[in-house]
Design a protein around this ligand. Sequence first.
Ligand SMILES: Nc1ncnc2c1ncn2[C@@H]1O[C@H](COP(=O)(O)OP(=O)(O)OP(=O)(O)O)[C@@H](O)[C@H]1O
Length: 298
Amino acid sequence: MIEVDQLTKRYGDVSAVTDVSFRCEPGTVTGFLGPNGAGKSTTMRMICGLAPPTSGSATVLGVPYRRIANPGRHVGVLLDAAAQHSGRTGRETLSLSAHVLGVDRERAGRMLRDVGLPAAAARRRVGGYSLGMRQRLGIAQALLGDPRVLILDEPANGLDPEGIHWMRTLLRDFADRGGTVLLSSHLLREVEAVADRFVVIAGGRIVAQGDKRELLTAPGGTYVRALDPGPLEEVLAASGLPARRGVDGSLTVDADAEAVGRAAAKAGAVLLELRPAGEGGLEELFLSLTAEPRETAP
Ligand SMILES: Nc1ncnc2c1ncn2[C@@H]1O[C@H](COP(=O)(O)OP(=O)(O)OP(=O)(O)O)[C@@H](O)[C@H]1O
């Protein structure tokens, strides 16, 4: 279980994270999504005790992370795969972690094989690893202590398609055995395939969270994409039907298709798509929720 309660982090004048609250339950994978600079890493660092919050709190397994004795035996963390010591081999890296955690070295060897770093790869120095190999090593490290919770920041970065598939299966199995997973990723299709719940953050604030089914089947309304969205947006606004613009230029309108179609006809808009909102899966939801507010002409 992970509980995040009104976490806020400011760096001087920069509000990195503002009033963020969510829970991750055992037996579930929670996808933590947001555009670059949204506040995902900062939130995860606060959960893991690496950045003190300006206000608010976070607990893992009921206590602040820093109060967990030998945390690697309870919580597997992968925040920055590039941060590993480049002069050590993969095997040395994991043996050292096994020693720190009090895990037998045989398990370290097994973990390396399990994550796809067999003997030849494990004997090489980490400095010569590809990003995908570093991620695999980081995942082996996170799993080494047989934890009940996994906190992974962009674990699929740099993995090849086989690696991404492997990761998905691993996380699903982990959760199905009662584990708790919090996972951030830019790979929306992958998150959609594996996560049970989503937390979406933009500009440091939570813009949506909930069950996958609830979020992806939710809002109703109409999704419309026009060759030039500007005039349509103006007619919609003048008709009392304000639209949310996605970063792909689409508009989501709280109205039925007929009302939007009539507005489009009035605007003389050339439509490329007109359909119920929510059919475009996680990607569409993400784009509509995380679009930057548009600057209006003076
Ligand atoms: N140490 C720091 N000092 C100042 N500003 C910071 C610091 N760390 C993060 N920020 C700022 O906080 C905001 C959130 O950054 P964060 O790294 O948490 O975003 P993110 O969602 O993880 O982004 P990405 O997907 O690009 O990794 C950004 O505006 C970032 O510039």
